[in-house]
Design a protein around this ligand. Structure first.
Ligand SMILES: *Cc1c(COP(=O)(O)O)cnc(C)c1O
Length: 457
């Protein structure tokens, strides 16, 4: 395809937007292992999950056979306010790199939350409202999920309680104010407001917190307050389902121009943007209709796929949540406080873990200074200030494009640009001041937290 034929931005009409989410699990021959009860070690039933999660979301969580699930009209209406998100041909970056590769990115930062998280937040708030709940609780790490959920709850008139990892709460006071502007209450985690928070504080005084701690606190508050449920912004199957809107739009846009990607790249924290972006492509791969190289990119400081163990583990530090079979560093793993780039969850989506285990995708880890180098280069050439998380994907997209330069191959690379970095300027400041360093956990550190995995036959 010549340069004049593909526009800088491929948009879709409202009519071309997806009307149903795609449930990747329906096409998996080996399904992801079910969530397990932490006490009995039996697969969790809908009855056991409904005290924690909204009913309809539990149904979506457990559904591994229905390939397409209709997007309710109200959610499609909300999506239309900020979607379709543009698929951008990175002509300027290609030129700067002098690469024969064709680079595209799907940009999810065009909404106030600044990331793809709103795609699932609005769906989860919708189902909570439909069930007649008063409100929802959640955790947030870098703050994007909390912001997205605050926006979604404001839209549907729900109360929203956010437990924010303490290090982020302190580093990103403006994130907190955005959430409060949308009506959410924000508590730094671990806190004295929950039993599990008090316990963690007693055991680790002065801890800067972790996503795992914040999850434990949010779940405790949801289960102790009538009319509340817990919602989660990543990892779960339901979240990957909602995020399939990213991949479905990408596929429709590429198909319009007859473009077939060779390589699809996404950053991986809990796996939701990557799972969403790759969904329809992975579906084709699973059905034997097409082949793609799919690469998950994670931080070298929190390398769940590349150095983790595929086993049942807790999703939270407090060990009160269900067990999930996933690539994990152990639920007691807390990434170094010097790690500034998000993606700090110890585990990974069960769906992506199974696909990785079965050889359908690759994973690689990158160090944070090289991530910020890529972020800076991208910002200067393509104009967008990327979220550090997104810059993990940029790093590997640039590296793959540079490989094409060496070999002369005209590969088509698609990557997920999950969000913007306006609230990550403390991290950018560290990078600009050359105070950023790379921390890579030792084998001993990982072994120590992996040794604490629950014993499951
Ligand atoms: C949350 C977030 C991620 C990582 O989460 P996933 O569930 O792995 O997608 C990546 N990028 C941005 C901008 C985020 O907010």
């Amino acid at each position: 395809m010549s340069k004049t034929e593909v526009p800088y931005k491929i948009y879709l009409t409202e009519d071309e937007m997806p009307k149903a989410w795609y449930n990747l699990r329906a096409d998996m021959k080996v399904k992801p292992a079910p969530l397990m009860h932490p006490g009995t070690h039996k697969a969790l039933t809908a009855e056991e999950l409904t005290p924690i999660f909204c009913e309809e979301l539990v149904a979506q969580e457990l559904d591994e056979t229905t390939p397409f699930i209709e997007i309710p009209e109200e959610i499609r209406g909300f999506y239309k306010m900020y979607r379709p998100s543009p698929l951008v041909r990175a002509y300027c970056l290609e030129q700067k790199l002098q690469t024969p590769a064709k680079i595209y990115y799907k940009f999810e930062g065009n909404n106030t939350s600044g990331s793809h998280k709103l795609n699932s937040a609005i769906a989860q708030a919708y189902y909570a409202k439909k069930q007649g709940l008063k409100g929802v609780t959640t955790e947030t790490g870098a703050g994007q999920w909390g912001t997205a959920l605050s926006m979604a709850c404001a839209y549907f008139g729900l109360d929203c309680k956010v437990y924010m990892v303490k290090v982020s709460y302190e580093q990103k006071p403006f994130r907190r104010e955005v959430m409060r502007t949308y009506g959410a209450s924000v508590v730094p985690s671990p806190s004295e407001t929950t039993e599990v928070g008090k316990k963690i504080l007693a055991e680790h005084p002065g801890t800067t917190g972790s996503l795992g701690c914040a999850i434990s606190e949010a779940v405790e508050v949801a289960t102790k307050n009538p009319g509340y449920r817990y919602v989660l912004g990543s990892v779960l199957n339901q979240v990957l389902l909602h995020q399939s809107v990213i991949g479905l739009e990408t596929k429709t846009a590429l198909d319009k121009y007859g473009i077939k990607p060779d390589i699809i790249i996404g950053c991986a924290g809990g796996g939701s943007n990557l799972g969403g972006l790759i969904a329809p492509f992975m579906g084709e791969k699973l059905r034997g209709e097409a082949d793609y190289r799919i690469i998950a990119v994670e931080p070298a400081s929190c390398p769940s796929f590349t150095r983790g163990t595929f086993a049942y583990d807790f999703c939270d530090t407090g060990m009160i949540c269900p067990l999930a079979k996933m690539y994990t560093l152990g639920s007691s793993f807390i990434p170094s406080a010097n790690h500034a780039g998000g993606l700090r969850f110890h585990g990974m989506s069960t769906t992506l873990s199974q696909l990785y285990h079965d050889g359908y995708m690759e994973a690689t880890s990158v160090e944070q200074t090289s991530v910020f180098e890529a972020a800076e280069q991208f910002a200067r050439i393509e104009g967008i200030l990327p979220a550090p998380e997104s810059a993990h994907a940029i790093r590997v997209a640039i590296d793959e494009a540079l490989k094409c330069k060496e070999t002369g191959e005209e590969k088509t690379i698609v990557f997920g640009l999950t969000g913007t970095g306006y609230f990550d300027l403390v991290a950018y400041q560290k990078y600009n001041d050359k105070e950023m360093s790379d921390y890579i956990p030792t084998d001993e550190e990982i072994a120590a937290s992996v040794a604490k995995l629950p014993k499951v036959e």
